[in-house]
Design a protein around this ligand. Structure first.
Ligand SMILES: Cc1cc2nc3c(=O)[nH]c(=O)nc-3n(C[C@H](O)[C@H](O)[C@H](O)COP(=O)(O)OP(=O)(O)OC[C@H]3O[C@@H](n4cnc5c(N)ncnc54)[C@H](O)[C@@H]3O)c2cc1C
Length: 461
């Protein structure tokens, strides 16, 4: 595909400067918002072009997906439409497939639903890389047929309906084996996604069984399978231990140092030798850097993330900053001063904080000249950790080392995420959802899948 090659050279300040942002998630959208704010006049005068390429037309705020599954938040309110917020940017709904930074070019596939991909070549002067991470999979027999993911709004809504349908099935069937399998819920992977989804759904199901005369909360079996010796690897070990204790208190069967060996026929075979039937298998076994990174000429670390300096500039082969290349979020290996220089954990707190600094540094770099201030290194404050475990239940640690549980932790957790949600309008909507949920009883009916319709002879006229 690449033909003519040209040396990157310095930015020609007589031409418009083209900034390309790859990914419109937490880091990409946040960087775009800060750049839009800092460059508003120059964008209007056409001196700078800011292009965001993102396969979805919206940002998905993952930390609140578990509350979507639990029915506490309307699914539309955890997504932020990019075009509504990024009014001064050009937003392309497309997927970047390759980047050649040596010639400052990227290729994108834009395609409408059901249409073949239409490749587009994009030239740029400044690259901001933020495609995030993708789910880690494993060749487990039966996983493709039985497993479901938990990283999109569709998957969160689907899982909610599925769990509620299992309660209906268990309450109706006369087959004890089927009932047992319907009431067994297995989550593989004890990261944010697995712990959050399990805890919120367990809490919702515990409430929902009140409506079933023949199911009690003790009939439900929740199993969390984690390959390593701890859960919540993205958070501090103290918060992880605290969360583990809370889950075990709620009779969640947490199996550490255990893996799923097979799920063939809906029978879960674990590495500790146990075998049991379950109709719900949720695969949330961690993330790996985005595969797009391998289709770039940027240097990667052994884990496959882009090597970055603390200034969020991509590290060149000579150990210095690669001109015009920046990265933030889950795709970037940025040294964490709180972890002896090991890369920052892949979490939303780092993604937003890095994006803000990245934008500030890009503005300084664009300013240039002898009087421009120096660009700054990423020095995050002490990590603020919290995780929601259901309605009114959470664990949280404060910056000063305090440990909270229950309602106070839950309010703190909610306040933190509300502050981070990158849209004032969405913040109000989420707040309204929470307020309404506090006024009325919980909504616990399965409403089927969007594509599901009644049999033809039972369809209402
Ligand atoms: C279910 C779940 C729960 C979570 N809970 C928490 C939590 O409670 N607290 C916390 O701190 N973190 C949490 N996280 C992690 C947090 O969401 C991520 O660390 C954060 O989103 C990283 O931001 P990012 O911008 O790097 O990636 P993302 O927010 O994932 O954004 C990457 C974007 O790039 C886009 N993209 C992908 N491929 C391409 C391509 N080829 N071209 C262009 N664009 C592309 C994607 O569509 C996506 O929108 C959770 C994650 C999940 C999945």
């Amino acid at each position: 595909m690449p033909g003519r090659r040209r040396a990157p050279g310095p930015i020609d300040r007589r031409c418009a400067i083209r900034i390309l942002i790859v990914g419109g998630g937490c880091a990409g959208m946040s960087a775009a918002l800060h750049l839009q704010r800092g460059l508003r006049e120059r964008l209007r005068r056409g001196e700078v072009h800011l292009t965001v390429v993102e396969p979805q037309a919206y940002l998905t705020y993952h930390p609140l997906l578990a509350e979507v599954a639990a029915g506490s938040i309307d699914p539309r309110h955890v997504v932020v439409p990019l075009r509504r917020e990024l009014t001064e940017c050009k937003v392309l709904t497309a997927r970047i497939t390759r980047i050649e930074h040596a010639t400052r070019r990227a290729w994108a596939d834009a395609a409408g639903p059901g249409e073949p991909p239409a490749p587009v070549e994009l030239d740029y002067d400044v690259l901001v890389l933020a495609p995030g991470a993708v789910s880690r999979t494993a060749p487990v027999p039966g996983l493709a047929e039985q497993g479901r993911g938990f990283s999109t709004v569709g998957e969160a809504v689907g899982l909610r309906n599925h769990v509620l349908e299992q309660l209906d099935l268990a309450a109706t069937t006369r087959d004890p084996a089927l009932r047992q399998a319907a009431l067994t819920f297995v989550f593989v992977g004890g990261g944010y996604a697995g712990v959050g989804a399990l805890a919120e759904l367990e809490d919702m199901a515990r409430y929902a069984v009140r409506g079933h005369h023949n199911i009690t909360p003790e009939d439900l079996r929740w199993v969390l399978v984690e390959a390593t010796d701890r859960i919540l690897a993205e958070e501090s070990p103290e918060l992880a231990d605290h969360t583990l204790a809370q889950l075990r208190d709620r009779s969640v069967d947490v199996r550490l140092r255990t893996t799923l060996e097979s799920a063939v026929g809906g029978v879960m075979a674990l590495s500790d030798g146990s075998r049991f039937a379950a109709r719900t298998l949720v695969w949330t076994a961690g993330v790996r850097p985005h595969p797009l990174l391998r289709d770039t000429d940027l240097p990667l670390d052994t884990a496959g993330r882009v090597r970055c300096l603390p200034t969020l500039q991509v590290l060149g082969p000579d150990g210095r900053a690669l001109p015009g290349a920046w990265a933030a979020g889950d795709c970037a290996a940025v040294p964490d001063p709180h972890a002896d220089g090991a890369p920052c954990a892949p979490n939303a707190q780092h993604a937003f904080a890095q994006a803000e600094l990245l934008a500030a540094n890009v503005l300084v770099a664009l300013e240039g000249g002898p009087h421009a201030p120096a660009i700054t290194e990423y020095r995050p404050g002490a990590p603020v950790c919290s995780t929601s475990l259901g309605l009114g239940r959470a664990v949280a640690h404060t910056r000063r080392g305090g440990r909270l549980t229950g309602r106070r932790a839950w309010w703190l957790h909610r306040a933190r995420h509300l502050r981070r949600l990158p849209s004032g309008e969405r913040r109000v909507r989420v707040l309204m959802d929470w307020a309404l949920a506090g006024l009325f009883a919980r909504e616990v009916v399965p409403i089927g899948r969007p594509e599901q319709s009644a049999p033809a002879d039972e369809r209402p006229v």
